[in-house]
Write a new protein. Structure first.
Length: 633
């Protein structure tokens, strides 16, 4: 039985297509349980020849050749018709999947009787859905779980009988947002949708050499009529009411109002006016004013300005709102109970080209909190009401996360946060203004961060702050309290030898962690208090006790102390790292047998831990008194 058919449209991919092809060959499913159908869409280069050559002899790979259709819809539809698998997985020709992707997706679908399974994705040079696949979902539906709308590409697993029974096909003519249209119909028809959240299945790659339409300049006369077609699907499948309104608001937000952000300040005026007028026409015919209540505050204001019909006022709002971001700062950092706790504060601000920041200003008036806007914008009907953010305070979020540097993939970490209002000066009308600050605490537990499992490798630390429609991700670390550097310490975690090293990147000085990888050379910086070390002669040899500034230990840690003499001969001696009473640092203790030191000169001191070594930057050297030794740098 064929469990999964992978359908891959291909056009002028060249040899770059081999990355994805090799990934498909390496799947953990047995060859007889999956098949791959490449549909060569009239390539004018050697893509077809390359596919034929590299799939020759592979019984579960097929290459179909069709005249160029100009769009991925026809190749995908042909793949649906030709598929023999119980499920169909759509993959793009410039992307690749992980070895266990098909097996895990299939098992997820069968276990939950799912019509659709959403894979965890990472982007390379392009964005990929993050919120949708951050948490498990076994039996969802887009109406009850609108977070599914955050992933509208068709790069998912579908039950083939579900596609056939619901006559789900792609538009074959040149039409924008064909993925949105297909996925919206599919989501509304599905009985059950699952999310595979704990394994990165799909790598989405930006490869402009493939001529991907996603990166071409937006044609407003082509693009926005497609948004209208999405609204048609919503009207056909959802009854009037709050759910339908929220769906309309989602596409109004993402596909229309987002096109009127600060980017319009860089457009040539004629092009900007085309975009503005086509959007305004669609708003006037399809989006009644009450839909605005489903928008975040900044987009409620943007919608009110749009509805005024004055394109120059929209430019003024875009300039006022431009470069709104948050400015995170690490206030403190330290290990507690096996987790790295990072205290973060972040101010909502507008950033100038020179890097200076001006806080986004708010007013407190009659028990309400209002976005402080220029009088010219407040004169626009609806803006004064739309700028009220009082009821949206509970939607402000701080979301710290770590990202795997090698292949991407984000993991949110536990956090807590609270809002604070910082008084500023008075505005032009003499009213007291305030800035919004979010104060939070992130907790990074390397042993459980990966949905209860450990992480390894290099991880960069980010924080996402969402407030009133602004949502931006920033790296953590380049802005920090001057006391923080002294608080950063490596850690030995768990019973299986996990070594974690928090550090500041170069040249940007951001916070990253190496987890269970690399050397222990960072311990050189932990051996700072050499004057607190003791070297004592005993009847059995020389006892060394060296303080190391590492995180508090849950239990003593066994290492090897390594002494390397001038002849490059190394002796390894059992050592024990044990906690001391705070604020004293843990101490590394070991005893060098007398016979080891007899006749030796200075020995370089390093340590080994589960096969990894680290130079402490110290030497054990003989003193002038026979039998006496001391530590030196």
């Amino acid at each position: 039985m064929i469990k999964v058919t992978v359908v891959v449209p291909a056009h002028n991919s060249g040899e770059a297509i081999l990355v994805g092809l090799e990934a498909l060959r390496r799947q953990s499913l047995p060859d007889h349980e999956y098949e791959v159908i490449y549909v060569n869409d009239g390539s004018t280069d050697d893509t077809g020849t390359i596919l034929e050559k590299h799939t020759a002899g592979l019984h579960n790979f097929r290459v179909l050749h069709i005249p160029n259709s100009g769009w991925p819809g026809k190749p995908r539809n042909l793949g649906i018709e030709e598929a023999r698998g119980e499920f169909i997985y759509f993959v793009d020709d410039d992307d690749w999947i992980e070895p266990e992707s098909l097996e895990r997706l299939y098992n997820k679908a069968v276990a939950n009787d799912s019509d659709i399974v959403v894979p965890k994705m990472v982007g390379h040079g392009r964005s990929a859905p993050r919120e949708t696949t951050s948490y498990p979902l076994d039996a969802g539906h887009v109406v009850t779980h609108p977070i599914l709308l955050g992933s509208m590409s068709v790069l998912k697993l579908f039950r083939r009988s579900f596609l056939l029974e619901n006559h789900l096909r792609f538009a074959e003519e040149k039409v924008r947002l064909e993925d949105d249209m297909f996925m919206l119909r599919a989501h509304l028809a599905a009985r059950r949708v699952s999310v595979l959240h704990d394994y990165t299945c799909y790598h989405s790659v930006r490869n402009e050499g493939f001529g991907n339409i996603s990166f071409s300049k937006l044609d407003p006369f082509e693009y926005f009529p497609s948004v209208g077609m999405v609204f048609d699907i919503i009207d056909q499948h959802l009854a009037p009411g709050t759910v339908r309104d929220s769906f309309i608001a989602r596409w109004y937000h993402v596909k229309m109002l987002n096109q009127l952000d600060e980017r319009i300040l860089r457009h040539e005026r004629g092009y900007y006016l085309d975009i503005y007028r086509v959007i305004l026409d669609l708003v006037n015919t399809r989006i009644p004013p009450h839909i605005d209540s489903h928008l975040p505050a900044n987009l409620r204001v943007r919608s009110a300005v749009l509805r005024s019909g004055d394109p120059d006022l929209m430019l003024k709002l875009a300039a006022w709102e431009a470069n709104t971001n948050h400015q995170p700062r690490i206030e403190s950092i330290g290990w507690r109970d096996g987790s790295l706790h990072v205290a973060i504060s972040s101010d909502l601000a507008r950033f100038a080209k020179d890097g200076t920041a001006d806080p986004v200003r708010f007013l407190h008036r009659d028990g309400r909190i209002l976005w402080d806007l220029p009088s010219s914008l407040l004169a626009v009907p609806g803006v004064a009401e739309a700028r009220d953010v009082t009821d949206l305070l509970e939607t402000v979020k701080m979301r710290p996360f770590v990202r795997y540097r090698d292949v991407g993939g984000d993991l949110f970490v536990p956090k807590s946060y609270a809002l604070a209002w910082r008084p500023l000066g008075h505005n032009a009308q003499g009213e007291q203004t305030f800035a919004l600050r979010v104060d939070g605490q992130a907790r990074i537990d390397p042993l459980t961060t990966n949905h209860g499992a450990p992480i390894s490798g290099i991880w960069d630390v980010f924080v996402l702050v969402e407030a009133f429609g602004w949502g931006k991700t920033r790296r953590l670390g380049d802005n920090r309290n001057k006391m923080v550097d002294a608080q950063v310490r490596p850690a030995f975690l768990g019973p299986h030898g996990v070594f974690v090293n928090p550090y500041w990147t170069k040249p940007y000085s951001n916070l990253s962690l190496t987890v269970d990888s690399g050397s222990l050379n960072t311990l050189r910086g932990a051996a700072r208090e050499i004057e607190e070390a003791t070297v004592t002669g005993t009847p059995h040899g020389v006892a060394v006790s060296l303080p190391l500034e590492v995180a508090p230990l849950a239990a003593p840690v066994s290492l090897l102390a390594c002494l390397t003499d001038e002849n490059k001969q190394t002796v390894r001696i059992p050592a024990l790292l044990t906690d001391a009473h705070p604020p004293a640092s843990p101490r590394l203790d070991f005893t060098v047998p007398a016979h080891v030191l007899n006749g030796r000169g200075p020995c370089r001191l390093s340590v080994e831990y589960f096969g990894r070594g680290g130079d402490l930057g110290l030497s054990l050297a003989p003193d002038r008194t026979p039998g006496s030794w001391y530590l030196t740098r």
